[in-house]
Ligand binder design. Structure first.
Ligand code: ADP
Ligand code: IOM
Length: 344
């Protein structure tokens, strides 16, 4: 493979850090699952509008291709090779009274973590048989869940398009045919091995074999962030007793995209900010100050609709889960203040 054509207008972290010299240094390396640099960078090469554009095929990718991953991890999370990751899942340490008890701004709250099964390749390098093995072990694990977390598993294979589209539209299920995941090799053998587990009220969900092998999700209408976090912690703890997760002392939970390493947590609200939306520079000053990411209403790479945004923590590694949620909470309080000042 030759050095890829990375156009000047490309703003991804891959384009920022993959120099011809670094490419030469890494291009013939392979992990023990035969994952190559060419596979790792393909999503960013084919999609120049990527945010990052780099994926790991296994835990070893983070060491085999460290000269590239380390720079991207440091740029995204502000986390260096000498830093260490820490965890705190104690809801009592979260200072998050509902920032919008009257329900004027926050439509819904969702917190998810990504997880992958220990000693398995990640999605970009997994075989069909291994993916099915992951699905079987996750389904066995989640079927043990009780009380509020009890529910059913619905494989994508055999699900009607009508049901699938309704779940996607209502923000419960991952989309189909994402071009970023396609180029990363994450959509291979679709829809086999993929599915969704959820409880009766759809306040607790587990996505199986999408970008990560598990996305454990807690969500509900309104702004009770602490209740959503508490439910999620209960679920993570119970699933962890059944399914061994891939973890590293340095990088925390191992995920296929380097943005998700560490806590692998994205805590978000869907929030109506129609006035602030008219002054994007003020909006972005606040989101930058609180380390927040702005997404559209249908997830990553989607647009906002009617002044409603998906606001979430950007940093996930080198901070605890409580800090990740606190970043989002503190920023949301500031955004609501700004929106109020503009509407009065
Ligand atoms: P992920 O959160 O797993 O990185 P996406 O950004 O693609 O993935 O979001 C997945 C789905 O979750 C999308 O349908 C998105 O609209 C929905 N979602 C995200 N945050 C919220 C929220 N606070 N309330 C309701 N739905 C949400
Ligand atoms: N997590 C992943 N979907 N994303 C950061 C892709 C990208 O834009 O590079």
């Amino acid at each position: 493979m030759n050095y890829p054509n990375l156009p000047k207008e490309c703003t991804s972290l891959l384009c920022k850090y993959l120099t011809p010299e670094l490419f030469e240094e890494l291009k013939d390396k392979k992990t023990k699952n035969n994952f190559t640099l060419e596979q790792a960078i393909n999503s960013g090469v084919e999609n120049i509008d990527s945010g990052i554009g780099l994926y790991a095929g296994d835990k070893e990718s983070y060491t085999t291709f460290a000269p590239l991953f380390d720079q991207i991890i440091e740029d995204y999370h502000g986390f260096t090779k000498d830093d260490s990751h820490k965890s705190n899942l104690n809801p009592n340490d979260l200072n998050a009274p509902n920032p919008d008890p009257e329900g004027k701004y926050i439509i819904s709250t969702r917190i998810r973590v990504g997880r992958n099964v220990d000693n398995m390749p990640l999605g970009p390098a997994i075989s069909k048989e291994q993916r099915e093995e992951v699905e079987a072990s996750v389904v066995k694990g989640v079927k043990q869940l009780e009380g509020e977390l009890a529910g059913n598993y619905y494989p994508l294979l055999g699900m009607s398009k009508e049901v699938q589209n309704k779940l996607i539209k209502n923000h419960f299920l991952f989309k189909e045919g994402d071009r970023f995941l396609e180029s990363a090799g994450l959509n291979k053998d679709w829809p086999e091995g993929r599915g969704i587990y959820h409880n009766h009220d759809k306040t607790f969900l587990v996505w199986v074999n999408e970008e990560d092998q598990l996305r454990i999700i807690s969500m509900q209408m309104g702004g009770d962030i602490r209740e959503v976090f508490t439910r999620l912690v209960k679920a993570i703890t119970s699933i962890e007793e059944q399914v061994p997760f891939s973890y590293s002392e340095h990088l925390g939970f191992i995920t296929s995209c380097p943005t998700n390493l560490g806590t692998a947590m994205r805590a978000s609200v869907h929030i109506a900010l129609p006035n602030l939306a008219k002054d994007m520079s003020r909006f972005k000053n606040i989101t930058n100050k609180f380390h927040l990411q702005i997404r559209g209403i249908h997830g990553e790479h989607s647009e906002s609709e009617g002044g409603v945004y998906d606001i979430s923590n950007r940093r996930r590694l080198g901070i605890t889960e409580v800090q990740a949620v606190q970043d989002m909470y503190d920023g949301v309080v500031a955004l609501i203040e700004a929106e109020k000042s503009l509407s009065s």
